[in-house]
Design a protein around this ligand. Structure first.
Ligand code: ADP
Ligand code: MG
Length: 578
């Protein structure tokens, strides 16, 4: 009797028995072209679904090695196959509604490294969750037999064999991804923060959809003065707006598309799929969106460049709070992003604390500087660049305060961009107030970053206290709860305000990363080097090395270092050494 018959018989014999009988499925089954590996069987119908893998040899799968020879090719192909598999599942719903019980994860508009499809030298493996069928608490063994021995192999045949997938679409998918990464790799040396191609479609269908606005979208067009070109590995060439290093300010009337442009730049840290409209919006992968987030916790963050001399006497060189205000939370977010290695900050007036950003002349006159704990961002945005090499892209429709510190001012009108730098500088010069004359003069070109001295040079590395990541009440592994939260012991780490986290599978990966970081907390290593060395291991051993389990690692997608920092920094139990 072969494995297929064994599996069929076992499942049939389970029909009508208690659900727990499914447990005996754990193991590995040869199903002809495929091998089914059952890693973990759910104990009851309401528990998280069972974890299974479907493996086939590279020879059997037949994908050309040119596609899979390098890491980029494997990531893009893995993403393509995940989407193909998910589409095949949806497509088979009418003929086999039980296929609903199977999932391979749900990639959104971004192409991310995922654990859903693993490609090695020897095999290709799809990682699935399967809700084993039940009636009440009884196992529906016959239905399960059909699901695992008929439906599943049929879906795999349409989605995992080179002969059956859309080969042109696959090739295009991989080529696009390689081109996108090639643009991203060139940004730093060309001293650009972001590239937004002519013809890009930036607006989304609705506030809760990441898909492109279908009709009436005005395509992006670069102002002449900022237009740059890229020649890509595929032979394709592109033109569009290069957002230069330094300080760039986006202005314009309300509802003219400012936030939409900034959001697209923010998401451009990830490559997008064809048809998204933002596939040629490419941003440095260490650009970080900064906002006010009142109520968040902070542990020992040096926000003294922005806030000092609080009436409470709090030392802002090591600012801790369980409930930060608008301005202190935004300062905390900014300093943490720089600590995590951000080379560019993306800031929207819509989500900023006004008193963190600016203080106007009348207020400077009424409340003298020595009485005001806040040094507004407008006074710090240049030193951030000159001292630390950190650029800023800022949306400011309500205040001209940034004109004099901006290298570039671009105006949006009816979703169309104009370079208004000269006008803005003229206006700034006309209104120049004595207080502002202390600011470094700016020209049309950004000055090169100098050595790290001055206002931002002092921040000390933060070292988590040894036990602060090991709360007594934490007995279970951390886990993601959708995109927005991680359950860590009894705590929920709130990630709703972390704008560049795009996928619940990233959140799940961060949950696993927090557990790995907790294991490494030795009271000596600082946060930045802990995260860095963890990600180096992920590079060497694969994304699934974050998972404590052998076999099916769960549905994980790769987060950036910044979002791992963001989660750790928002964990309310975090304590750092003095
Ligand atoms: P602002 O930040 O300037 O107030 P938003 O970026 O919020 O403006 O955009 C306002 C509205 O215009 C949104 O509904 C957005 O989807 C839409 N929009 C933005 N850019 C475009 C565009 N290029 N074409 C069509 N609609 C757009
Ligand atoms: Mg806006």
């Amino acid at each position: 009797m072969n494995d297929q018959q064994t599996l069929q018989r076992t499942l049939t014999s389970l029909d009508g028995r208690g659900y727990a009988a499914y447990k005996q499925l754990t193991g590995s089954y040869d199903l002809g072209a495929f091998r089914l590996l059952v890693d973990k069987v759910q104990v009851d119908p309401f528990a998280p679904p069972s974890l299974m893998r479907l493996r086939l040899s590279r020879t059997e799968a037949g994908f050309p090695s040119a596609l899979l020879a390098d890491r980029e090719g494997r990531i893009a192909t893995g993403d393509f196959l995940t989407r193909a598999f998910a589409a095949a599942l949806r497509g088979s719903h009418t003929s086999s509604p039980e296929s609903d019980a199977i999932s391979i994860g749900t990639p959104g508009q971004q192409v991310l490294e995922r654990t859903s499809v693993l490609i090695t030298e020897e095999f290709i493996e799809a990682r699935l969750t399967v809700g084993l069928p039940a009636a009440g608490r009884k196992a529906l063994g016959r239905k399960a037999a059909r699901l695992l021995t008929e439906t599943l192999p049929r879906i795999a045949e349409t989605a995992l064999l080179h002969a059956s997938v859309d080969q042109t679409a696959l090739q295009d998918h991989v080529t696009l991804y390689r081109d996108q990464l090639a643009v991203q790799a060139q940004l730093a040396e060309r001293r650009l923060v972001s590239f937004v191609a002519d013809g890009a479609v930036l607006p989304r269908r609705s506030g809760d959809s990441d898909r492109p606005l279908a009709e009436a979208a005005v395509q992006f067009r670069s102002p002449e003065s900022l237009r740059v070109g890229f020649e890509l590995p595929s032979g394709r060439s592109l033109t569009g707006m290069g957002v230069p290093e330094g300080v760039s300010v986006i202005v314009g009337g309300g509802y003219h598309g400012k936030s939409t442009l900034l959001r697209a730049i923010e998401r451009g840290v990830y490559p997008h799929i064809a048809g998204d409209g933002r596939e040629w919006v490419i941003t440095r992968n260490d650009a970080v969106s900064i906002r006010a987030e009142d109520g968040r916790a902070a542990a020992g963050v040096d926000i003294s460049p922005f806030i000092s001399g609080l009436p409470s006497g709090t030392d802002t060189r090591s600012f801790s709070s369980t409930n930060a205000s608008g301005s202190t939370s935004q300062a905390t977010n900014l300093v943490e992003a720089v600590e995590a290695g951000a080379s560019a900050l993306l800031i929207d007036e819509d989500t900023s604390a006004t008193n963190f950003m600016i203080r106007d002349e009348r207020m400077r006159e009424l409340i003298p500087a020595q009485r005001e704990p806040i040094t507004p961002f407008v006074d710090r945005v240049r030193p951030l660049f000159t001292e630390r090499g950190v650029s800023t892209v800022l949306v400011a429709g309500g205040s001209g305060a940034f004109f004099e510190v901006a290298d570039h001012v671009i105006a949006l009108q009816d979703y169309t961009l104009r370079d208004v730098t000269e006008e803005a500088h003229r206006i700034a010069a006309r209104h120049a107030a004595p207080a502002a004359s202390e600011l470094p003069a700016t020209g049309a070109t950004a000055t090169a970053p100098a050595a790290a001295t001055g206002i931002f040079a002092t921040a000390a590395a933060r070292i988590p206290q040894r036990d602060s990541l090991h709360p007594a009440k934490k007995t279970k592994p951390a886990r993601g709860r959708g995109r927005d939260a991680i359950q860590y012991g009894r705590e929920d780490v709130d990630l709703a305000a972390v704008a560049q986290l795009v996928d619940a599978a990233q959140t799940e990966a961060i949950a696993k990363a927090l557990d790995r970081l907790a294991e490494r907390t030795d009271g000596v290593s600082d946060i930045a080097s802990m995260v860095k060395s963890l990600l180096q291991e992920v590079d060497a051993s694969g994304l699934e090395s974050l998972s404590p389990h052998r076999g099916h690692p769960g549905h994980l997608a790769r987060p950036r270092a910044h979002e791992i920092h963001a989660a750790l920094n928002r964990y309310r139990g975090l304590k750092v050494r003095d």
